[in-house]
Write a protein that binds this ligand. Structure first.
Ligand SMILES: C[S@@+](CC[C@H](N)C(=O)[O-])C[C@H]1O[C@@H](n2cnc3c(N)ncnc32)[C@H](O)[C@@H]1O
Length: 315
């Protein structure tokens, strides 16, 4: 599974040139991210969680000792291993061989390899690699689905690997934020990019640095990304048989879009309002929880047995 010459996914919807470009990018970014302050690998090794308070608050009550958790597009596994530290039996999947190799090393170094498994595979090949395994929780976070052209297939994978009664949770960058660019004024934004999906028209961009390290060497690298809409995201999950439990929107991002955004003590990045405060009128992220109905058709557990319900239900 660590073969660096992975063939392009034979049946997958990602064009081979897009997949090759994104794989080269994520391998290069992994090297930069391991050393970045943003990911703070030393802090993680010393015991800190990489999960944001939002994720701990909203998904934490569903993850307890022995919960099985599948993390799709896990990067180099810090979040996956942070759930393992809370007692979960985790599987992380990502197509970057360098990220998966680092995740396995970190699992060994932190004594978590007994409860953490990492699979190197394209998202669209997940079924073949997971071999019918079902999980209590499927988890997706921050900057994952923009690399995928076909959300219907993605949602099918999520639903097929959830136990009946299981929980899907994702925390992601808001589609609206991807449509923005810096405006002509000082510290201002304008809508420039598409807001509706176009699976056959990826955004192809030269890469400059990384969200985690603006100075990362990315010379010669290009990214292929796909815009998705909230209706598409929710619609594909519901279409795959999941029941929406919450959808929350936030004016904050877990990473800066522009250097002039402001970071708070909870590691959120805000747009400044130009008057010394923070803008609260534009969505930069969202979180979503959905359940897979139990075999008898009953809704998934609203609150996990033996655990507290989520503290703050907003929608
Ligand atoms: C921004 S990261 C996910 C963020 C993660 N929550 C974190 O910050 O650690 C996106 C991940 O998607 C992975 N990825 C992109 N395209 C993929 C594909 N086709 N199949 C599997 N993984 C993919 C990349 O390798 C990368 O690790």
């Amino acid at each position: 599974m660590n073969d660096r010459r992975q063939p392009a996914s034979a049946a997958g919807p990602i064009p081979p040139e897009a997949r090759d470009a994104n794989l080269a990018l994520w391998n290069r970014w992994t090297r930069a991210h391991e050393k970045s302050d943003f990911y703070d690998v030393q802090g993680f090794k010393a015991g800190a969680t990489s999960l944001l308070p939002l994720e701990l608050e909203e998904l934490g009550p569903y993850v307890r000792e022995g919960t099985t958790l599948l993390h799709l597009q896990c990067h180099f596994g810090l979040d996956t291993l942070s759930w393992a530290r809370r007692g979960a039996e985790v599987v992380g999947l990502d197509f970057s061989d360098e990220a998966i190799a680092l995740a396995r090393r970190l699992a060994e170094e932190t004594g978590l390899s007994g409860r953490a498994e990492f699979v190197c595979a394209d998202l669209y090949d997940a079924d073949a690699h997971l071999d019918g395994r079902l999980f209590d929780v499927v988890f997706v976070s921050w900057g994952a689905i923009e690399w995928l052209p076909d959300l219907e297939r993605w949602a099918g994978i999520v639903a097929r690997h959830l136990q009946p009664g299981g929980t899907f949770y994702m925390a992601e960058i808001h589609p609206f934020a991807y449509a923005l660019e810096e405006g002509p004024g000082e510290q201002d934004v304008q809508i420039t990019y598409r807001l509706l999906p176009a699976p056959d028209r990826p955004d192809v961009e030269p890469v400059e640095g990384s969200y985690a390290d603006p100075d990362a060497d990315t010379s010669g690298l290009v990214s292929y990304g796909w815009q998705h809409s909230l209706a598409e995201i929710v619609g594909t999950l519901v279409g795959a048989g999941l029941r929406l439990e919450h959808l929350h929107e936030f004016p904050t991002s877990p990473a800066p879009f522009w250097s002039w955004m402001i970071r708070d003590e909870q590691r959120w990045w805000w747009l400044p309002d130009g008057k010394g405060g923070r803008r609260r009128d534009l969505p930069f992220s969202y979180s979503l929880r959905a359940s897979k109905p139990a075999d008898d058709g009953a809704p998934g557990e609203a609150a996990p047995a033996g655990g507290a319900g989520p503290a703050d239900e907003k929608a």
